[in-house]
Design a protein around this ligand. Structure first.
Ligand SMILES: [Zn+2]
Length: 392
């Protein structure tokens, strides 16, 4: 992902830190320069941030490892200043799997909350009551910075567990709810229901955070901008979730036959390299079939052509260029499609293999020109999706 650096690899999963993380440095800078906080406070603050994101990371690992149990891989875990995201590679086969994976994250924080509570009670129990430690205002805090850190972590994990179980997208709670509802209603209806609840939560939060409610009671606005921002973020996430499920339905109902293109350009290995480059710049087709006699031997991808065009030393023929590029392009087995495939299957196949043009054959047919029914490409799929969305 853009603007991220890999900071670790845990259980084979790359842990990425988003560059906007440096924004968090604004806080200690503010404490130091504006509030003239002592160095001890700054160190404590930084320690807290590190520990907090450790907990966020464990939360995401909870999702990732639960997904692994169902043989679903995690592409990476991204840590952002506002929290973490575990990006899973595939979708769930059964709703209950999504429920378990979604609840695993908050469960980790609940577990950490329990552990820290027990440790606090064992080591500091005689100095403060449990309730005091939850409220975070015991007198002991002023004299014991390490205790302050533990209590801050206790509160943070409690908050992470509760907050993530909120029934609004993109929080885990709404996913748990959606998955449980999906066992009865199916995924589309369940998402509609979950999105409805999510919108309702956002509206209540907006009425509260903008100070509208306060205004009706007292005649004065008391606006909490951070919460307003977060409400809008949730609104957008709900919208996206809803659109995704509508799109999924659409892609599942339509097949390659709907987007089959029967007019396309092919090239031979002996053709001059400038021909496909010229064809690309005309902008109608961006990937081309490479043929040899009756056989379809590969795909001339847009990336390859751009690379060829940008190279100072021009290759004479397509074959020349591909052999310069070594085995990289030529001998990679290419993907194919059949008319009966759903657009969803093809869309996933294209995204995963980064091959954006697929020749279309009958299943099990030999891959020669006589059997070729047409091609399907990413541009047409995206165009089709766009139009279908407007028609509905
Ligand atoms: Zn989560």
């Amino acid at each position: 992902m853009k603007y991220t650096i890999q900071i670790a690899r845990i259980a084979g999963i790359p842990i990425l830190l988003h560059s906007s993380f440096v924004l968090l440095l604004a806080f200690p800078a503010y404490l130091h320069f504006v509030r003239h906080a002592p160095p001890k406070t700054l160190i404590l603050f930084v320690l807290f941030i590190i520990a907090l994101f450790g907990c966020v990371l464990l939360h995401e690992l909870g999702h990732a490892l639960a997904a692994r149990y169902y043989k679903i891989k995690t592409k990476d875990i991204i840590l952002l200043p506002v929290g973490g995201v575990a990006r899973l590679e595939n979708t769930f086969h059964r709703p209950m799997q999504e429920a378990v994976v979604a609840i695993a994250g908050p469960f980790v924080n609940f577990f950490l909350f329990l552990i820290i509570s027990i440790l606090l009670l064992i080591f500091y129990g005689y100095k403060l009551t449990f309730i005091e430690s939850l409220m975070g205002q015991p007198n002991a805090l002023i004299t014991q910075p390490d205790l302050l850190l533990w209590i801050a972590l206790l509160q943070a994990n409690g908050a992470l567990a509760v907050f993530n179980m909120f029934p609004a997208f993109p929080m885990d709670g709404s996913r748990v709810f959606r998955a449980l509802a999906a066992t009865q209603l199916g995924r589309t209806r369940a998402t509609q229901l979950a999105a409805g609840i999510s919108y309702a939560v956002v509206v209540v939060l907006l009425v509260h955070s903008t100070g509208l409610w306060h205004y009706f009671k007292t005649g004065f606005f008391k606006t909490e901008w951070l919460l307003v921002g977060f409400s809008l973020f949730m609104w957008r996430a709900t919208q996206k979730e809803y659109q995704q499920v509508v799109l999924d339905e659409l892609l599942k109902r339509h097949t390659v036959a709907n987007v089959l293109r029967t007019q396309f350009t092919t090239f031979q290995g002996s053709d001059p390299m400038h021909l496909p480059i010229t064809a690309l710049t005309k902008g109608i087709e961006s990937d081309f079939l490479l043929v040899s006699g009756e056989h379809i031997v590969g795909i001339l991808a847009r990336e390859t052509l751009i690379e060829a065009s940008n190279q100072k030393k021009a290759a004479d023929t397509i074959d020349d260029f591909l052999s310069q590029q070594a085995i990289k392009n030529r001998d990679v087995p290419y993907q194919i499609a059949s008319k009966q495939d759903t657009i969803k299957t093809i869309y996933i196949k294209m995204s995963e293999t980064e091959q954006y043009l697929l020749p279309v054959f009958e299943p099990n047919a030999e891959r020669n020109r006589g059997n070729l029914q047409g091609v399907v490409d990413m541009n047409m799929i995206q165009n089709y999706i766009k139009i279908q969305k407007q028609l509905r």
